[in-house]
Ligand binder design. Structure first.
Ligand SMILES: C[S@@+](CC[C@H](N)C(=O)[O-])C[C@H]1O[C@@H](n2cnc3c(N)ncnc32)[C@H](O)[C@@H]1O
Length: 272
């Protein structure tokens, strides 16, 4: 699932959004079940945004400590929207540990409205579609696929992740390859192709039999300057796309809620 941006833009009638991060899945389940909604999000962000504007980082760290005890989805949203670069990262104890983003006035009326609209959108879409949000390993999720399905996978980059819920090694990559290469349905795997220093050798070995499309992307997330650099991204798939289609960029941005998840997980550059 990650940020869910692919599913939220494609809007499939039936979908399983699966991820091993329980906080992410709890958050979307809370929206889908109506436990949190646009009104509650607005009230919460207005109230806590005002305290943040007065107390600054002390309050951010208070909410972070509370979230690590209670795991409340509204705290998760609040933290994600005012932490450093909007990233999501958990330490080895499973605690959210991203530092403050140093913008105490973060929760302006316009910004809160944007978030509320995104929450309402996910709620409406999940009500009108048959969507489930499930916390489980990809190997479990992919056990259920049949030839009628379509699978989109965006695993973390190999060897770059030490996050509690999000580490990915060569064994994971090989396991995913074993499952996808025998997939009865179409799949797309999102991965990286190369940057100025390295290339993803798995594209030449494991994934070489598949069709690969590339696109350059510039990563702005990174504590160190050298981590802010262009990257050639890749999509590997077991079919040849009929036509290449222009991305609806504005819409894709609009439908991102926990938007910097992917970028952080690829940059892995923050200091604990
Ligand atoms: C690069 S992010 C996904 C990016 C996503 N496409 C987006 O736009 O945000 C990778 C995701 O894989 C999840 N993940 C890591 N290991 C996993 C596993 N073994 N099974 C399922 N999900 C996993 C992480 O929690 C994370 O949300």
């Amino acid at each position: 699932m990650g940020s869910g941006v692919v599913g939220f833009n494609i809007i499939p009638r039936n979908a399983i959004f699966a991820d091993t991060n329980p906080h992410l899945i709890n958050f979307y389940n809370a929206i889908a079940s109506g436990k949190i909604n646009g009104i509650k999000v607005r009230n919460f962000l207005e109230q806590h945004g005002e305290i943040l504007s007065k107390r600054g980082q002390d309050y951010y760290y208070e909410v972070r400590e509370r979230f690590n005890r209670t795991h409340e989805p509204l705290d998760f949203l609040f933290l994600n929207r005012c932490c450093f670069n909007g990233t999501i990262r958990f330490n080895r104890k499973g605690d959210f540990n991203v530092p403050f983003g140093h913008k105490p006035q973060r929760f302006s009326k316009a910004y809160i409205t944007k978030i509320v609209n995104q929450v309402d959108y996910v709620y409406v879409m999940s009500r009108h579609s048959n969507w489930s949000f499930i916390c489980q390993d990809f190997s479990e999720t992919l056990k259920e696929i049949s030839e009628k399905d379509f699978v989109y996978c965006d695993p973390p980059y190999v060897g770059k992740h030490v996050d509690y819920f999000d580490s990915w090694d060569e064994e994971n990559e090989r396991h995913l390859f074993e499952i996808l290469s025998h997939s009865p349905c179409k799949f797309i795997l999102s991965t990286w192709h190369s940057n100025q220093y390295k290339k993803n050798t798995f594209l030449e070995t494991l994934w070489s039999e598949f069709h690969v499309l590339t696109k350059e992307h510039f990563y702005h997330v990174g504590a160190k300057e050298e981590n802010r650099k262009p990257m050639l991204e890749a999509l590997a798939m077991n079919f040849t796309p009929q036509r290449l289609y222009q991305e609806p960029i504005e819409r894709a941005e609009q439908l991102l809620l926990l938007e910097k998840l992917a970028e952080h997980q690829r940059s892995n550059s923050l200091v604990s």
